[in-house]
Design a protein around this ligand. Structure first.
Ligand SMILES: *Cc1c(COP(=O)(O)O)cnc(C)c1O
Length: 374
């Protein structure tokens, strides 16, 4: 018997600590992919391990209609950390579910159907979020998907303003496109989206599933532009690898959100992991470290790169290295020869999403490994 959806890599991982992963025989890998940004504190951080072990023994699960202090704390923390006056929280189990909820809430609150999304965008794999995702390869075999989606070029404020009208329920944007190749929003773009939504009475949704919780050097990537959305979705590293997604909404969205639910919404164990993750993130000011280490890596990569590199871009510790040769081949060399793990973002971009805790020594280690293959 075997799994069948993923093509498995030739390295079997058994343990992790900090930014390192280990095989059974003790071979050490420096993990700068962090399994798609799910380990902001590094692997198996003691604060998270402790919180989870305590909580699983006290109460493993109770449905969300019974308040429990650990979940209330997660609601409060997220409401406090969210930008502006976003303080209504829906918890689910993944990024794609957070976006499904955002679609449903936006349609319910506006009474409208149309959704504007962006080319190269990625919002998840369920039939609603997938409909807002751009890549045809991910969508074709599964059609028909949710309807009413219109795509615009990412970064073109005028096109966006033209697409948003009084039939638009929501605009979905990543403040930095991740899967699409690490493309930060151009200056003024998020504000233009805010203005277009305000004019039309549509909900602005920022998908911060990959960019959130400190990844880009601020708690939320959209803070850099000073733009507050109506709905912010987040997931990935929020509970250090336990499955948690969140849809954070302004009052007017939550007020008229329709009927929604999920058996595992806000389970105590994942909430304990989230609380420990968010506390540590704030106490250790990890967004600032992401900013520092991101600048360090970027400046060295730009200064030292060879002919293979076309561009280095990104924000904080969400970095893309655009290469001339196939990214997957380089990633394989990095893993097998240099014991360095990273991710692709399309065919020509190496994507770095390391733990936000990395120090200069580990950054140097990464630069040395990258230097060997680039
Ligand atoms: C990963 C990701 C998702 C989907 O999250 P899952 O937990 O894999 O469902 C959605 N949007 C963005 C921007 C992502 O990076």
């Amino acid at each position: 018997m075997s799994g069948f959806v993923f093509s498995e890599k030739p390295i079997q991982i058994e343990r992790g600590t900090g930014p390192y992963l280990y095989t059974d025989d003790g071979t050490e890998y420096l993990d700068f992919g962090a399994s798609y940004a799910v380990a902001p504190l590094g692997h198996s951080h003691p604060a998270v391990v402790d919180a989870v072990q305590t909580q699983v023994a006290d109460l493993t699960y109770v449905q969300a209609s019974y308040p429990t202090s650990v979940r209330t704390e997660t609601y409060e923390k997220l409401a406090t950390l969210a930008p502006g006056n976003i303080d209504k929280v829906w918890l689910c189990n993944s990024g794609t579910e957070a976006n499904e909820a955002a679609m449903k809430f936006a349609r319910s609150a506006t009474g409208r159907e149309k959704i504007v999304a962006t080319k190269r965008g990625f919002h998840g794999r369920t039939l609603g979020a997938l409909a807002m995702t751009w890549k045809q390869k991910y969508k074709k075999p599964f059609e028909p998907l949710a309807g009413g989606i219109e795509f615009v070029d990412y970064g073109d404020a005028e096109q966006l303003a033209d697409a948003v009208d009084d039939e638009t329920a929501a605009v979905f944007l990543e403040p930095v496109q991740g899967e699409g190749g690490i493309h930060p929003a151009p200056t003024g773009y998020l504000q233009a989206a805010r203005d277009a939504c305000d004019d039309a009475g549509a909900a602005l949704v920022f998908d911060e599933i990959q960019t959130g919780v400190g990844r880009t050097g601020l708690l939320w990537a959209s803070e850099r532009a000073g733009v507050v959305p109506d709905i912010l979705t987040t997931a990935k590293g929020i509970a250090s690898g336990l499955p948690l997604g969140a849809t954070l909404c302004k009052e007017w969205i939550a007020e008229d959100c329709g009927n929604h639910g999920s058996t595992f919404s806000g389970g105590p164990v994942v909430c304990a992991a989230a609380n420990a993750t968010l506390d540590t993130l704030v106490e250790e000011d990890l967004p600032a470290n992401a900013n520092r280490m991101g600048s360090y890596l970027t400046s060295h990569l730009r200064a030292e790169h060879g002919d293979d590199v076309r561009e280095v871009r990104g924000l904080g510790l969400m970095l893309g290295i655009e290469v001339k040769r196939g990214a997957n081949r380089l990633l394989k060399q990095l893993a097998l020869r240099e014991q360095f793990l990273a991710l692709p973002a399309g065919r020509s971009v190496l994507r770095l999403l390391p733990p936000l805790t990395i120090d200069e020594e580990q950054a140097d280690e990464a630069l040395a490994a990258l230097g060997e293959v680039l």
